[in-house]
Design a protein around this ligand. Structure first.
Ligand code: PLP
Length: 421
């Protein structure tokens, strides 16, 4: 459920008319609903009730400081994958003991930053990383709390670019090698082994891969405890999928996911961490765009809009589907036609939807792409010197710009001419 509904024939975000936001900031823009974001967090958090747990929002999905602050105030921890994200989490007021650091390529600088300013744990992904982290911790006279990310070799049955738990993926260490690497970690002076980490991919719409992976983690917990490691924390990753299409089969509910967690690892007496990103932010955001031209092609209708692949890359990168809604509610019996909805960028990949059945939208009118709250604004670029579009946050009947659109001058001034030119 979200808070983007038609009221009196106009699409609203909570109690704000999207036409009012458009009149203030222009199109295209992203808009997020505080109520939806909060609701998603609460539903997920409640699904883990009864287990000692911390929901660590994977902020790579949407790292606007305002979004982080909403979740942090609800009690979320953060999962970060870079020094920049770590610094953002801190700027949003998240204490170090609620930040976990993931990622296959952490640098010494990033390790230093987190160790000096406070960290809940590093999710270590390789032996070389373990060795460097040990060195960095010793050089600071500190001890790095770690889990090791194991690769359980399960097929998450998701898009190849977002699958991470198969043996051919670059993430984590093979679960068969875990005892060996934990033994090395256990002997290191700068390392404190606190648990196990697993993350098998993103937009997973079937609970079985989670169950299989978590069963393997439960077995490994027992084995490692037998080897003398004090395994007290399990980071179970993120990845639970969301509905991108209203029509197709709905992904599993958080409560059913929570049951899988309870069934597989609930008896181990471990603190549980989950790292949802998309699930919290995805359906809490829309991308709103104006139709520039309707162009009739050879047997094809093109709807050319002012948003493009540089603003929302998911369709081009992952063949992703985003539902499209007109901002002005169409009559129930309005005619529908097939449209290719495309952006202005000079690449064929700049296509949001092919042969999509829609009611026609006149030039100058607006549409909204649903499910754009995660992996939208954060993956945007200024390709074609198109400014990064504004992000707007709605709360009840209020709205605020939470990142502004740069002017052309601001964009161009970032370039520096060398003195010899
Ligand atoms: C991307 C990522 C997540 C979040 O994935 P979602 O599908 O957005 O829930 C969580 N943990 C790690 C390690 C990730 O890389």
């Amino acid at each position: 459920m979200d808070h983007f509904l038609y009221k009196d024939g106009v699409l609203n975000a909570e109690d704000v008319l999207l036409t009012d936001i458009a009149a203030t900031v222009g199109t295209p823009f992203y808009v997020y609903s505080t109520a939806t974001l909060s609701r998603h967090f609460r539903v997920f958090d409640e699904a883990l009730e009864g287990m000692d747990h911390l929901v660590c929002y994977a902020m790579k999905a949407n790292s606007n400081i305002a979004v982080l602050k909403i979740l942090a105030e609800l009690g979320a921890g953060m999962d970060v994958v870079s020094g920049g994200e770590y610094t953002r989490a801190k700027a949003a007021g998240v204490p170090g003991n609620r930040i976990v650091f993931s990622g296959v390529g952490k640098t010494r600088e990033e390790m230093n930053l987190a160790l000096i300013n406070g960290i809940r744990q590093f999710n270590v992904e390789s032996e070389p990383e373990l060795k460097i982290l040990n060195e960095v911790a010793i050089s600071l006279g500190s001890i790095a709390p770690i889990t090791i990310r194991v690769n359980p070799d399960v097929d998450a049955k998701t898009h190849a670019k977002i699958s991470t738990g198969k043996s051919e993926d670059k993430f984590g260490i093979p679960i068969a090698k875990a005892r060996e690497v934990y033994a090395i970690a256990g002997s290191m002076q700068g390392i404190d082994v606190v648990g196990i980490d697993v993350h098998i991919g993103s937009q997973i719409t079937d609970l079985e891969p989670f169950r299989l992976a978590y069963q393997k983690v439960a077995e490994l917990t027992k084995v490692l405890r037998g080897d003398g490691h004090n395994i007290r924390r399990l980071d179970l990753g993120g990845g639970l999928g969301i509905p991108y299409e209203q029509t197709n089969q709905a992904p599993p509910l958080p409560v059913d996911y929570g049951k899988v967690v309870r069934d597989t690892v609930g008896h181990l007496g471990c603190e549980i961490e989950i790292e949802p990103g998309r699930l919290l932010a995805g359906n809490a955001g829309l991308l709103v765009s104006s139709v520039i031209y309707n162009k009739a092609g050879e047997g094809r209708n093109f709807m050319i809009v002012d948003a493009a692949m540089n603003d929302l890359i998911r369709p081009a990168m992952y063949d992703a589907h985003h539902d499209i809604l007109p901002i002005i509610e169409p009559d129930i019996d309005a005619d529908q036609q097939q449209f290719d909805v495309v952006g202005p960028v000079c690449e064929s990949g700049d296509t949001f939807a092919k042969q999509r059945t829609l009611t026609p939208v006149a030039d100058g009118e607006m549409i909204a792409f649903r499910s754009a709250g995660a992996y939208g604004a954060v993956m945007a670029s200024e390709y074609n010197t198109r400014p990064m579009i504004p992000e707007v946050l709605v709360h009840g009947d209020q709205f605020a710009v939470i990142r502004k659109r740069p002017s052309f001058d601001e964009m161009i001034k970032r370039d520096i001419l060398p003195e010899w030119l």
